[in-house]
Write a protein that binds this ligand. Structure first.
Ligand SMILES: *Cc1c(COP(=O)(O)O)cnc(C)c1O
Length: 222
């Protein structure tokens, strides 16, 4: 299936400049990314380090590459030179490794902390206590990272009330920590909402959504 340009235009119009769209291109060819690039889209999300590196090497340099998957500490070094924003950070040890690799590359890497908001066991993320610990205790030495906000994934469910409650929970955490402003932490990005639930997420205050299948078609994993 080819890229759905009409859907892209429709979503951009729907967002009306009030929220940002990250086009999630995992498993899709570089040519598909180029199609949206040619419509002036610059923000793309990838989940796998190897795949991201390959696409980075093939595509224009002014793309903002968002790493939205679960990042293993030993792979941070491969994306540290160019990654625009790392979304799924869910431990202090990962933050420290990102800081170390950012320092080596003489840059500051922006990160989002991932919060566990879904009922499902499989989704990664911090709970509110772990978030509190990271934000209030541990950041002072980490001069090469900046926590820019929070991200979360709602339950994969037809129960829209549940999805809504999960987004509200994340929004409330975001609001709670927004006043906290230090060199290492400025809460600006509330990243929630995917193809199935982005409208609910926007109603609940999301300012950044991550959309894959609506734009690029269903993914096939081999
Ligand atoms: C794959 C993925 C998406 C996109 O999902 P769609 O349902 O295809 O829009 C968004 N966020 C994350 C973290 C993902 O892994």
């Amino acid at each position: 299936m080819s890229v759905n340009k009409e859907k892209y235009q429709e979503i951009i119009k729907y967002l009306d400049g009030k929220a940002k769209l990250i086009a999630v291109s995992k498993t899709k060819p570089a040519d598909d990314i180029q199609v949206l690039y040619n419509l002036d889209h610059r923000d793309f999300g990838e989940n796998y380090v190897q795949e991201l590196i390959e696409k980075y090497s093939l595509l224009p340099r002014d793309i903002h590459w968002h790493f939205i998957g679960h990042l293993q500490s030993n792979k941070v070094k491969y994306i540290a030179p160019f990654v625009y924003l790392i979304h799924g950070v869910d431990s202090l040890s990962l933050l420290k490794e990102i800081n170390k690799q950012a320092l080596k590359n003489n840059r500051i890497i922006d990160c989002l902390l991932q919060i566990h908001i879904a009922k499902e066991e499989t989704k990664f993320g911090l709970n509110s206590d772990e978030l509190e610990v990271i934000l209030t205790d541990d950041l002072t030495e980490l001069n090469n990272i900046r926590i820019c906000g929070l991200m979360g994934m709602a339950s994969f469910s037809n129960n829209l009330d549940l999805v809504k409650l999960e987004f509200q929970y994340l929004k409330n955490l975001f609001k709670k920590y927004t006043p906290l402003s230090t060199a290492q932490c400025q809460m600006q990005i509330l990243c929630m909402g995917m193809s199935a639930d982005y409208k609910i997420a926007l109603e609940e205050g999301s300012n950044t959504i991550r959309i894959g299948s609506l734009l690029f078609g269903e993914r096939q994993y081999t």
